[in-house]
Structures are given as C-alpha cells and as structure tokens.
Design a protein around this ligand. Structure first.
Ligand SMILES: Cc1cc2nc3c(=O)[nH]c(=O)nc-3n(C[C@H](O)[C@H](O)[C@H](O)COP(=O)(O)O)c2cc1C
Ligand code: SF4
Length: 640
C-alpha cells in the first residue's frame, strides 16, 4: 500500500520537510546529570533520523535550573551546553532529517529536590499530583522567565537547530499561565485569556526580535486539559488564533496535564488518533500548519489524517520509540514488519528509573552499545515457551546464525496472549502477530508441545532458553479458589458475583475483563496503592475503567483478613504471578547451557525480561564481526 499524503513534502517557513512525519518530543533522560548531550542520546536520535522521520522535535530542553523535573533531562540553560547540542543538531541533519528543539520549564509539576529547591508557578497553588507548594512568580521573575526562554532559543539557533517549539501543554509552566486550572493571578498575567497568554506573547516577540522573523517558533498547546477549570477545545481554538497573530509558525495539538496524566500519553486501548478531531478544528481556524498527535501508530491512519486535511503533519511518539524504522517501513509498504507499540507506557515512567526503555524493543536507548553480529560459534538452541521474551530471543539468535526452534504447547504469545483478552489490551495481539510474522520470515520452526529434557538432548540441542512461567500454582487448584490467570484462561466459567483478592495489575485487569462480561466484581486490596505495580499514568487509566464498570475496590485494614469478607462470592486470588521455578527444576540438569528468562505479566517486568532476552541472545555463541546491523534490532534491511 502506498501512503502518498504522508510522503508529500511541505515547507514551514524556511524549513523544507521531505515528509509529514514528525518525531514527537520525548524526554528520554539519556543525558548526564548536568543535562549534557551523551553518546547514548546521539545514537538514539541518529537511529530515528536515519529511519526517515521528516522533522524531529527534540525532547523538552530545560531553560533554567528551577525548571528541571528529572536529573538526566536535556538542558539548554548554559552556553557550555552548546557544543553537545550542536553535535546533536548536526547529526540529525546529516542523517537526512530536520531538527527543532522543544524548550520548556516544569513549573509546579516537579519536586523541590529536582528544581534546586525552588518550585515556581504562576500562583501559589500546588499541583494535585506533586503536592508541593510552589512559590508564586513576581512580575520581575516573569520577565526573567521570558529572558530565559529567549536565551534558550538563541542557544538552539546557535547550535544549528532550525527552530524551537514552546511547550505550552501538559501542565508545565507556560501552560500553567494559560490555564485557569493553575493560574489564579489577579494582575496582568491572570484573569482574561489575553492576560494568561501574555507571558507567551512576550516570549515569542522577544525571540522574533532577537533572532529574526525567519527563525520559526512552534507551539505545542493543549486542546483539553481534562481537569476542572482547565482549557477546553473552544478556548484552545482561540489560543491558536492568537498565537498565529503573534507570528507562531506551527501549532502542535496535544492534551492533558500531569493531574490527568494518561491523557498526555494515551495508553493501550485508547482510540487511534484520539486528538485528531481537536487538531482538525484548530486547523479550520488558522492558516499555519497544524500537527496532530496522540496514539497515531498505523501508516494507513496517519496517511488518512493528512489526506482528509485534518492536520498538515502527524507526530508519532511511542510508535517511534518502539520502531525507529517506522517511516522507512511505511514508505516501503512493509507495514507488517513495523514493531508495534503496545501502549504499555513503560517508556513513560517506571518506578525503577525514569529513562525511556521499551517493552517490545530491547534495543531502544541502547543503540550506542548493542550490535547484531554473527556468532563465533553457531549452536542449536531450543526456546522453551512462546511468550514475547522467548520470541524476541529466537529472532535475534536466528539472525546471528544459530539454528533455533521454539517449543510451546500454548498459543504463541504466552502470558501476553492471555492478557490480550482484557478489553484495554487488544493491542498485545499486534505484538503477537508481529512476532509470528518474524518467525515465518526467519524460518524458525515452532513445535506445538512441551519437550522433556531427554527429548532435547536426543535432538542434540546445545543450549536452551527457558522462556515460560508456570500458570498454575498449587494454591489456585482448590475448587472454590481460582487464580486470576486461570480466570483469564476461562473467564466464561466464572460465577456472576466474584471477589478478587489482590493488589497488583493482574487483579485489576482480571476485574476489568469480568466486569466487561457483566459480572459483579469486588476487589479486596491489601495495599493502599492499588494497583501497586504500575506507573501513575496506567494506574489512573485502570482506576477510571474499573469505576466505569462499577467495580468496587476495598482496601483491607491491616488487622482484617479477607477470608471473613468472602460471603457468597466466588474467590479469585490475583496476587501470585506465574512462577519460573517449575521450569527451572525441570531443566536444571540439561547437558548444555541453560538460560532462564521466564515470561512476565506486569509490563515493568516484561520490559526487563525482554531486555535480558536481548542481551542473552546477542552474546550466545560469542561475538565476532558485525552483520546486517539495523536499528530495529531485527536485522532486516530496508530498501531506502
Ligand atoms: C517517554 C515520553 C516522554 C515524553 N516527553 C515529552 C516532552 O518532553 N515534551 C512533550 O511535549 N511531550 C512529551 N511526551 C508526549 C509525547 O510527545 C506525545 O505527545 C504522546 O506520547 C502522545 O503521542 P504518541 O501516542 O504518539 O506517543 C512524552 C511522551 C513519552 C511517552
Ligand atoms: S514501552 Fe510500551 S508504550 Fe512505550 S513505546 Fe514501548 S511498547 Fe510503546
């Protein structure tokens, strides 16, 4: 299929773009602790620039020390950062893409520890998510902020970026001024829209005065804050019109604030292109290019947005985290080879570390250190289990010259195949389809049974990777108490009224599945933070979905026992995840190398196991010269 609209050139001021695909700004946290560009950051952007993106809006660079949110964010507040930023811009341009730099200040959406002890905002009102009381900026402070943004833009220009994007969305400082949700001022910077936009107008005018009218300023705005007293589409249209009047070059239309976090990065199960209608309404009211963003992941959908003139460009965030070669694959009509983002939002805030990692691509963020090379010694390797980690390992091993076979008695996908039954997780099916396609393309045989150790030795396998987890614990075999995994396997056999006992995401998602089947569900959680093993954005999303299905959630007091609360309900235990121990016991005496991965249910663990699978598969049999290196880690050569 060809996507002609997507691959039409476009001119924005003096910037000529070869296509309509934009890398959405994505804070990677790949910098050093002082915000300098690192080799890791360079290689991550290079992969996506070489992958064919038309315009890269480089991640939010912070304009001042009190504007910081994370320790490893990109900074643009000092001249000493210029050489590194210059290398980044040059490299993107040499790789055939174009770069502008997003500039931002976290405002009250930060912690004092990150922001040099000085959390600031338009008004002394804490963000409901961060809860730290900010210092209200005085008028002279505001003039200082204007100067900081203008200085940041000057540095961007000096380093070779072709423009800047002001971050006026997601609840950060400039958005806090614009939105009555955070701005309670009574002076010239609060109240009317004209006043709330004053700081932005001053920044745009200062940049244009100091850097000339040909240096474009883009603005990312919020089409809906999804909070009380926040911006709605009607006001967003008015904002876009006023920004056009002050000389802004393009409008990038996003949504949400940190208090409505999942709206900024809509998770799995959100409709594709959910903010496109908002972008379209804005486009009808301005004469400058409009960028649509938000869960755009299939080339056909992206092409249609441009074809129907709903927007002039489409920005892709997570789709390009998952597959840096998305653009080339779309252009070559190889959409079935695109590694599909599953919307798990692990890239956007794990508890363990804030940096971008990807559940479906173990190479993301490690482009600088990983290479797909032929193994020194080609071995015969059995992958036991058909979960995503095992399949990822199988594909890498095969391309390194090994003989690989997969063994599983279950449908391909392992725990992901079960999880895909949960209404919000149908996107997991796309990942399973992708890997099934890769197995065929690479001619990896799948044996539909679980082998014994003896069988594998008789078949002369040198090494094995144990890549499944056992779904059935002894406890859950009791007649009146089932495990949540058993329920996912056979949800229709569950009673009409159930009590789910557990604090994890498996409990929440099982409740979601049963609730969607019309069952009456109550959850008893032993932890006050429920579910306790997902990031903020996914948690918010799940709780809203559960509430929409009238699922009751009770937090168990420490002195109470859940057994006393069962009543006439069928009891389902959610807290135990499938274990890898039975598989380890079965294969520990195998004659060759045994690597243990298991499968994983929570996305955080799945991302870790996929990373481990990638590392193991890249080293088995030893490493020699480079072969077929590709950014997506599949080794596929794309026709350029
Ligand atoms: C890891 C991550 C970091 C992000 N960082 C930024 C940022 O620095 N600036 C910004 O405007 N949006 C940021 N976003 C939001 C994205 O640019 C994008 O608007 C959002 O992910 C929705 O697009 P998508 O569905 O294509 O991912 C970030 C999103 C993610 C997942
Ligand atoms: S971590 Fe999850 S949401 Fe983020 S890009 Fe990868 S698959 Fe998509």
């Amino acid at each position: 299929m060809s996507y002609d609209y997507l691959f039409k050139e476009i001119q924005i001021g003096e910037i000529h773009l070869k296509n309509r695909i934009v890398l959405s700004p994505l804070t990677s946290n790949y910098c050093d602790k002082d915000g300098f560009v690192t080799p890791r950051l360079l290689e991550y952007y290079k992969a996506r620039a070489e992958g064919g993106v038309g315009l890269m809006i480089v991640e939010g660079a912070i304009v001042s020390q009190n504007g910081r949110g994370f320790p490893y964010q990109l900074m643009v507040d000092r001249d000493e950062l210029i050489p590194g930023l210059g290398t980044l811009a040059d490299q993107i341009h040499q790789s055939g893409s174009k770069a502008i730099l997003q500039i931002m200040h976290h405002g009250r959406q930060t912690r004092a520890a990150a922001a040099s002890g000085d959390v600031v905002a338009p008004s002394a009102v804490p963000c409901p998510a961060f809860k730290e009381m900010p210092r209200e900026l005085s008028v002279s402070d505001i003039k200082g902020v204007v100067a900081e943004f203008a200085e940041a833009a000057r540095r961007a220009k000096e380093t070779g970026f072709l423009g800047v994007e002001l971050h006026l969305a997601h609840g950060y400082l400039l958005h806090e001024f614009i939105s009555p949700f955070a701005n309670k001022r009574k002076d010239n910077y609060g109240g009317s829209l004209e006043n709330r936009l004053r700081i932005v107008r001053e920044i745009v005018e200062t940049i244009r005065e100091q850097l000339g009218h040909t240096f474009p300023v883009f603005c990312r705005i919020s089409s809906d804050d999804y909070v009380e007293k926040g911006i709605t589409i009607e006001e967003a249209i008015e904002i876009a019109k006023r920004l056009e009047q002050v000389g802004v070059a393009a409008i990038d239309v996003s949504a949400g604030v940190v208090a409505s976090f999942y709206r900024t990065t809509p998770p799995s199960g959100s409709p594709e292109g959910l903010y496109v209608e908002a972008a379209s309404r804005i486009k009808q009211n301005v004469n400058i290019p409009v960028i649509a963003v938000g869960r755009i992941k299939h080339p056909e959908a992206a092409n249609q947005i441009i074809g129907e003139s709903k927007a002039d460009l489409v920005a892709l965030g997570r789709a390009l985290i998952a597959d840096p070669d998305w653009v080339q694959k779309a252009q070559a009509g190889q959409e079935e080879f695109i590694i599909p983002c599953i919307g798990c939002n692990i890239c956007n805030g794990r508890s363990s570390a804030p940096e971008i990692v990807c559940t479906v691509n173990g190479f993301t963020g490690r482009e600088y250190e990983l290479k797909l090379e032929l193994a020194i010694q080609q071995r015969k390797i059995a992958i036991l289990g058909g979960g995503i980690p095992g399949l990822a390992a199988a594909c890498i091993l095969k391309q390194r010259g090994h003989t690989v076979e997969v063994f599983t008695s279950q449908p391909l996908g392992g725990l992901a195949a079960l999880r895909a039954r949960v209404p919000i997780h149908h996107e997991l099916e796309e990942a399973i389809t992708f890997y099934s396609g890769e197995l065929k393309r690479l001619e990896i045989h799948v044996n539909q049974h679980e082998p014994s150790k003896r069988e594998l030795e008789d078949l002369e396998f040198n090494d094995i990777i144990v890549a499944y987890s056992d779904n059935h614990s002894e406890e859950s075999n009791a007649i009146d108490v089932q495990s949540a995994i058993q329920v996912l396997e056979r949800p229709e056999q569950t009673a009409d009224q159930v009590l789910l006992v557990g604090s994890n995401v498996l409990t929440a998602e099982t409740a979601l599945l049963l609730g969607s089947l019309g069952k009456k569900v109550k959850i008893i959680s032993k932890q006050s933070r429920f579910p306790n093993d997902v990031g903020t954005s996914f948690r918010q999303y799940l709780l809203e979905k559960l509430s929409a299905l009238s699922v009751e959630i009770e937090i168990l007091k420490s002195e109470d026992s859940w057994e006393a609360l069962t009543g006439n309900n069928q009891v389902i235990l959610g807290d135990s995840y499938p274990s890898i121990q039975p598989a380890i016991n079965q294969f520990k005496d195998f004659s060759g190398e045994v690597h243990v991965l298991g499968d994983a249910y929570p996305f955080d663990d799945l991302a870790n196991v996929v990373k481990k699978a990638t590392d193991i598969a890249l080293t088995m049999g030893g490493v020699t010269h480079e072969c077929n290196k590709s950014h997506d880690g599949t080794g596929r050569k794309i026709s350029r």
